[in-house]
Design a protein around this ligand. Structure first.
Ligand SMILES: Nc1ncnc2c1ncn2[C@@H]1O[C@H](COP(=O)(O)OP(=O)(O)OP(=O)(O)O)[C@@H](O)[C@H]1O
Ligand SMILES: [Mg+2]
Length: 219
């Protein structure tokens, strides 16, 4: 195993996290325990995979790490500067690609020069510069995902969380995506990537499988 998180302090630590969802009407209240003590770790410069069958809780765990969902038990440490690429792109239909970058640059408080070079670099890396003035409603699914991914990266996060970021990518973009991820990892970014595919296992530092609410190292 390469570059385990034991030598340097991890950029993400999840310890015994539990999460239950409650749903249904009061007279037929149901509860599902999605996470039952999930633990995992990502070190700087690690590209870590998270696999598991549909409904095993991968997206739930990611949303808890990002702070979009609360958890019932357990602890977590994550850096303030993190990037998150959700499974379903979170974009505004009426805004253009350029306007999305502006919004995120403001949210991250990037200065103009840094913002412009980060934006242009990402447009170039992912090959969608020609769509800069398109509104999201006019973009294909794959291009929306490129934007989604680029927005998670503009502020050079210490930790990057990717929830199946390439589902709509064509083959060339898919390969380019993995090269991008490896470049970021080499620069010291910690990356956690949700995937059903194990085809790219050689690129991953470590793979966790989420099963019965817990994470187990499988590779
Ligand atoms: N808001 C919610 N209310 C009730 N149940 C939920 C809610 N969100 C998720 N769940 C349930 O939690 C479980 C885990 O869902 P989650 O989306 O985390 O799975 P996943 O591993 O990401 O699946 P997939 O591979 O399909 O993306 C599922 O059984 C799902 O139905
Ligand atoms: Mg999911």
């Amino acid at each position: 195993m390469t570059g385990t998180a034991t030598t340097t302090s991890p950029v993400l630590t999840v310890t015994d996290v539990t999460k239950a969802f409650r749903f249904g009407p009061p007279w037929r209240r149901q509860r599902i325990d999605v996470l039952r003590g999930a633990s995992l770790e990502v070190g700087p410069g690690e590209l870590v995979g998270l696999v598991g069958e549909n409904g095993s809780g991968k997206s739930t765990l990611m949303q808890i790490i990002v702070g979009l969902l609360g958890h019932d038990g357990g602890t977590m440490t994550a850096p303030a500067r993190l990037g998150y690429c959700p499974q379903q792109p979170l974009l505004w239909e009426k805004l253009t690609v350029a306007e999305h970058f502006e919004l995120f640059n403001q949210a991250y408080r990037l200065d103009d020069a840094t913002a412009a070079s980060a934006r242009d670099g990402l447009l170039d890396e992912l090959g969608f510069a020609k769509y800069l003035d398109y509104r999201v409603e006019a973009l294909s699914g794959g291009t929306r995902q490129k934007l989604n991914l680029a927005l998670a990266l503009v502020h050079r996060p210490e930790l990057l969380l990717l929830d199946e970021p390439y589902a709509g990518f064509d083959w060339e973009t898919y390969l380019r995506f993995w090269e991008m991820a490896e470049r970021r990892r080499e620069e010291g970014m910690g990356i956690l990537i949700v995937s059903h595919l194990l085809a790219e296992r050689d690129r991953l530092t470590r793979i966790y499988e989420l099963r019965d609410g817990r994470c187990e190292v499988i590779s």
